[in-house]
Design a protein around this ligand. Structure first.
Ligand SMILES: Nc1nc2c(ncn2[C@@H]2O[C@H](COP(=O)(O)OP(=O)(O)OP(=O)(O)O)[C@@H](O)[C@H]2O)c(=O)[nH]1
Ligand SMILES: [Zn+2]
Length: 200
């Protein structure tokens, strides 16, 4: 599978198999030694966790391209930058969240995208098992050629809980990833302006 492909493309159509997921989560809790006797408060936990996982991975059922359908004439050739879009995603290695902010810029070519749609693109890719690098690249890719813009630039700053709660145990570490396409890949001054707009 290449970096650009959907991670974890559903193997069966029709969405989450809740019965199977709840049974598996119940088994996982038992494997941890947590059953009806030891943890009575967790009786409904497999059901609740199944719903939570379904929502964390709801992007698997969303085609991010639907957010490109609503464009408006406009755009002067100057960049549009959305700063500090809240970001919640799930590390595909450990199924643990990574949490942070996405900053997204693009240079329109005669048509602009609705601002909410930009946040929707981030969400559709974030609500999947992800790698921060791939998420960053996927948003930048979609906002370049499929959108028909002159270029796009995406910066994601996130805390990977799999690295800070466990593993390397380095709380507070922020991972910063970036992807530049089109004019943003070619023009360092545009990237510097983007960084200035972030107030960094
Ligand atoms: N490049 C990249 N690495 C990630 C991301 N999320 C988690 N990782 C890393 O993926 C690696 C997984 O390493 P493994 O050795 O296979 O698994 P592990 O033994 O659980 O690793 P540790 O997390 O280091 O304990 C670790 O270095 C994680 O920090 C991500 O978004 N991008
Ligand atoms: Zn991880």
């Amino acid at each position: 599978m290449s970096e650009g492909e959907l991670p974890g493309r559903p193997e069966a159509p029709g969405g989450t198999d809740f019965g199977r997921l709840e049974a598996a989560l119940g088994e996982a809790l038992l494997a941890l030694g947590l059953g009806p006797q030891s943890a009575p408060g967790m009786r409904e936990t497999p059901e609740r966790t199944a719903k939570a996982l379904d929502s964390f991975f709801s992007g698997l059922r969303t085609d991010p391209e639907v957010y490109l359908e609503e464009t408006f004439p406009g755009g002067t050739g100057d960049p549009v930058v959305l700063r500090d879009i809240p970001l919640y995603s799930m590390c595909e290695h450990h199924l643990v969240p990574f949490v942070g902010r996405a900053h997204v810029g693009y240079v329109p070519d005669r048509r602009v995208l609705g601002l909410s749609e930009i946040a929707g693109v981030v969400e559709a890719y974030a609500r999947r098992p992800q790698l921060q690098e791939r998420l960053t690249a996927q948003v930048a890719d979609l906002l370049f050629e499929p959108l028909g813009s002159k270029g796009s630039f995406v910066v994601i700053e996130a805390e990977q809980l799999c690295m800070t709660m466990r593993g390397a145990q380095k709380p507070g570490t922020l991972t910063v990833t970036r992807a530049a396409r089109g004019v943003y890949a070619q023009d360092a001054s545009l990237r510097e302006e983007f960084t200035r707009l972030l107030g960094r």
